[in-house]
Design a protein around this ligand. Structure first.
Ligand code: ADP
Length: 273
């Protein structure tokens, strides 16, 4: 049995023959029990990767394997059983009139036994701290709460892999923080395999590994701690490191290269240039 959850093997993709390649020779793999962040500026190909991972699209060249299954039109339903997706827009993901019905939807579709279903709904809502909202109407919840319910709906199905495709992009800062806390808690408590797709470096700190995309190509694969040091190179591909990472980078440089520690004002002046 393979320990790779996802393998992209020389994958190239374009939306139509007369259009440019959106992914060019993309290679990477994601192991069992990993949280991998896929990072890149807008239009770098991240969402296309997510869609290829669950058979919403198929590669023009190369192969993709998900949990050992080659993704093809014939295997797409098997693949989708393994992969749960949470999308950007929280309002587009609801089908139930209550939180409970919504989380139940995917389970009912799969004909899951009623007692198991009740248990799974309870457990998944507990994982995202939404148990108190069981009978609430989804559309009345905050953006962050809606996304937590969407995550619960995916968790209930017990996929091998959960993909969060810019799941915080439409949320306010509070909602974003809420989702990142939920995701970090989930990882700690359940070790679920995660792929999180984002353009925001603030959201990759908890990931085990990060794959950076630039114009349809893998630009770099590394760990978040190392990536934060590449401030200048990242800026050139349209990505900005978080303030705290800038501070850490400056402090390290200053202590290494300067005899005298900088004053607070000098440090701040440098940080903002
Ligand atoms: P990201 O998720 O990094 O913002 P996408 O994967 O959405 O990037 O897009 C990559 C490229 O593919 C962009 O140039 C985008 O304009 C193009 N693209 C995305 N969706 C379509 C589509 N349905 N038809 C044609 N081109 C598309």
């Amino acid at each position: 049995m393979t320990t790779e959850q996802v393998i992209f093997n020389n994958v190239s993709f374009r939306y139509a023959e007369d259009q440019p390649w959106v992914l060019k020779n993309v290679n990477f793999s994601i192991k069992q029990d990993e949280w991998v962040a896929i990072l890149g500026h807008n239009g770098s190909g991240k969402s296309t990767i997510a869609k290829l991972m669950n058979g919403l699209l198929f590669p023009d060249e190369g192969e993709i394997y998900v949990h050992g299954i080659k993704v093809t039109p014939d295997t797409v339903w098997d693949v989708r059983e393994k992969v749960g997706m949470v999308f950007q827009n929280p309002d587009n993901q609801f089908v139930g009139t209550t939180v409970r019905d919504d989380v139940a939807f995917g389970l009912e579709n799969r004909g899951i036994d009623r007692n198991i279903m009740i248990k799974r709904i309870e457990e998944s809502l507990l994982s995202v701290r939404m148990t108190d909202y069981l009978l609430h109407e989804p559309h009345r919840l905050s953006g962050g709460q809606k996304q937590r319910v969407a995550i619960a709906g995916v968790l209930a199905i017990q996929p091998n892999l959960i993909i969060l495709d810019e799941a915080t992009a439409m949320l306010d800062p509070r909602g974003r923080k809420e989702i990142m806390t939920t995701v970090n808690d989930l990882r700690r408590e359940t070790k679920v395999n995660l792929v999180s797709i984002t353009h925001d470096l603030n959201e990759i700190t908890g990931a085990d590994r990060v794959i950076v995309m630039n114009d349809g190509e893998v630009w770099l694969e590394t760990v978040p701690r190392e990536l934060f040091k590449q401030e200048t190179a990242l800026r050139q591909i349209g990505l900005d490191v978080p303030f705290t990472a800038k501070l850490a980078n400056r402090l390290q440089t200053d202590f290494e290269f300067s005899q005298q520690p900088l004053t607070q004002k000098e440090l701040l002046d440098q940080l903002w240039t």
